[in-house]
Ligand binder design. Structure first.
Ligand SMILES: Nc1ncnc2c1ncn2[C@@H]1O[C@H](COP(=O)(O)OP(=O)(O)OP(=O)(O)O)[C@@H](O)[C@H]1O
Length: 607
């Protein structure tokens, strides 16, 4: 069901029809499309309707605990939502396997059934066939902002905005997906001209993939707002121009540093009250700098730079909201946005291909080579070289100033960790802050620790499972913000991309493109040179039914040794040997680990 601009998304979204439950036998499962710690996603065809769908398998990491609560949350939210730019949950499918004699009862496996989308934005940007034009970027941005406006107006925080979670089909429709970290927002919804407003209660700050995480979250603001999703939208916007993530910090510290390089260091004017944020405890000042955004995105023109500034504003209260962003002059100046149905079609492109395409990629995230920090810690965008001096004037634990501990450590030698002084060893169980400091969460100086220290696990997807965030845990297993980093994405650094994709042509059904048309906000479109003509956008509610098989590469073959260790470790944590189907006994250590993970998961759900 599609909603025109005049309908109230919040009210329209809450009475949509959810089919209920079917059996997995109703589907022919085809290729694997994606995998996260939360679930594995497969392409499938419905035997009943012939529609091509995606099946997201709910992974049961703690089988004893039953159904994961984050999955429950995702299902609950998706069932309520209905918007052309939000992925639709059609139904759940259940797989029931008979237990072999002596095996005990077997648990059902559950799948979320959603329409198949040909691409995710991350895969699309990595697809060398795809030339991103400005009208196309404008078209995707408009749809992303429409989706965000709807979510925020429906009091939903997405909390994992990133290119891999934006799905696109060959009819040009973009949909926001992956609500595994989303939650209800207990504050007034954004209003025109009022930015993100202020929140009045605490939420967990362990959200958002690091490369898309806003500065207020990195500095540990708990009362965050819908503005965190808008920052992610700004990162995605820049990524569409550069065809790779624009802020690829290799630690939380490095992330905040390259943010300040791009948009300038915080001042009382640009980020009022920044000194009061928990992550800035004890910090008097960041080394001033201008920010290179205008230079880095100079080629994109004045309006694009202006929208980027608005989305990447340090002050979350003033960061532009989706209502206002949709009215930004960027969309009203030539070249105008393309109509979704006029966009070209491409071979299927998903983020998993990107990861498969670069088998030797160092997990979890590239140390450089993108717009942001280069392999030697230098700025690699088109902008002018920046000082890496975010180091603050303030006392550290030893009483020394910070300036003398920062910049030298940032000139990293390729392949070697930075040389830096992390101070004397801390007592057992005591954690150092991500940026040096005294072990809690003070924003003190010091460059990131070596890769080997930072990332004991190859990647750290959704929090409740298998290591979850790379955030520290105290001795009781609770997650703390500490020396390790929080949440990192699983990108390769580009690599060979999709060169090995089988080349094939698909015939596309033109007739289906004229279905379910909907008014599209009255934006002038690319071919409306005179402006004023209203375009149309299609609803994508019927699944698109197009085929496109993926290369049949071994999943294992695409993983590095470190990743294989990680997955083996994760399987191990589930205590069930999947091949033999018998339950292993738990050691006291494992029992503790298991309990702490369960507590953490409950706590996350509560927040
Ligand atoms: N409906 C769909 N159609 C096509 N591909 C899809 C669909 N849903 C998900 N995918 C693919 O699967 C990937 C992972 O999906 P999703 O983000 O929902 O899973 P996840 O386990 O929560 O992942 P992560 O842990 O990375 O957040 C997406 O990036 C996309 O490439």
């Amino acid at each position: 069901m599609a909603h025109g601009p005049s309908s109230s998304p919040a009210s329209a979204g809450l009475n949509r029809k959810f089919h209920g439950c079917s059996s997995i036998k109703d589907y022919d499962v085809m290729d694997k499309l994606g995998e996260g710690t939360f679930g594995e996603v497969y392409k499938a065809k419905s035997r009943k309707t012939g529609a091509t769908v995606a099946l997201k398998k709910i992974l049961m990491h703690n089988e004893k605990d039953g159904f994961p609560i984050t999955a429950l949350r995702e299902i609950k939210l998706l069932k309520m939502l209905s918007h052309v730019n939000v992925l639709k949950l059609e139904e759940m499918a259940v797989e029931r396997n008979k237990a072999a004699p002596g095996e005990g009862r077997k648990r059902a496996v559950l799948y979320m059934v959603t329409p198949y989308m040909d691409h995710d934005l991350s895969g699309l940007l990595d697809n060398h066939e795809v030339r991103m034009t400005v009208p196309q970027i404008k078209c995707y941005m408009l749809q992303l902002l429409e989706g965000l406006r709807y979510l925020h107006d429906s009091s939903i925080l997405h909390r994992d905005m990133k290119a891999a979670n934006l799905l696109i089909n060959n009819r040009g429709i973009l949909q926001i997906a992956d609500f595994g970290l989303a939650r209800h927002y207990d504050e007034p919804v954004p209003r025109k001209g009022k930015g993100g407003g202020e929140a009045h209660r605490d939420y967990t700050s362990l959200v958002v993939t690091r490369w898309y995480r806003p500065p207020e979250l990195l500095l540990q603001l708990r009362r965050y707002t819908t503005a965190i999703d808008m920052w992610g939208a700004g990162c995605v916007f820049g990524e569409m121009f550069k065809r790779k993530p624009i802020l690829t910090g290799n630690s939380d510290l490095n992330q905040i540093q390259i943010i300040f390089d791009l948009v300038g260091a915080p001042t009382e004017e640009s980020m009022p009250g920044w000194r009061d944020l928990p992550g800035c405890d004890g910090v008097r000042e960041f080394a001033p700098r201008r920010g290179s955004l205008a230079h880095v995105f100079n080629d994109q023109g004045r309006e694009a730079v202006s929208l980027l500034y608005d989305l990447l504003r340090l002050d979350w209260r003033k960061r532009i909201n989706a209502i206002d962003a949709l009215e930004h002059p960027y969309f009203k100046t030539p070249p105008f946005p393309a109509r979704p149905e006029d966009l070209p079609r491409f071979h299927d492109s998903h983020e998993l291909d990107r990861r498969r395409g670069n088998k030797a990629a160092p997990p979890p995230a590239p140390a450089g080579g993108t717009v942001g920090m280069g392999p030697n810690g230098e700025w690699t965008g088109a902008g002018p070289p920046q000082s890496s001096g975010i180091w603050m004037n303030g006392p550290d634990r030893s009483g020394r100033g910070f300036q003398d501990r920062g910049p030298p450590g940032m000139s990293r030698v390729p392949g070697a960790g930075p040389s830096y002084d992390r101070g004397p060893p801390l007592p057992p169980g005591h954690r150092r802050a991500p940026w040096g400091g005294d072990g809690h969460r003070h924003g003190h100086g010091g460059p990131p620790p070596p890769e080997s220290v930072r990332h004991p696990l190859p990647h750290a997807p959704h929090p409740p499972y298998g290591g979850g965030y790379g955030g520290d845990r105290d001795r009781g297993g609770r997650v703390t913000m500490g020396a390790k980093d929080t949440y990192v994405p699983r990108y390769s650094d580009g690599g060979r991309g999709r060169e090995d994709r089988r080349s094939r042509e698909r015939s596309l059904d033109r007739r289906s493109r004229s279905r379910d048309r909907q008014d599209w906000r009255g934006h002038p479109f690319q071919d409306d040179r005179a402006g004023g003509r209203r375009g149309s956008i299609q609803s994508d509610r019927s699944g698109n039914g197009r085929n496109g098989s993926h290369d049949e590469r071994s999943e294992r073959g695409g993983r590095s040794q470190e990743e294989r260790d990680f997955y083996r470790d994760r399987r191990d944590h589930r205590y069930v040997d999947r091949d033999r189907r018998h339950t292993r006994s738990r050691s006291p250590d494992r029992e503790r680990d298991y309990n702490s993970r369960r507590d953490r998961e409950r706590e996350l759900y509560r927040r």
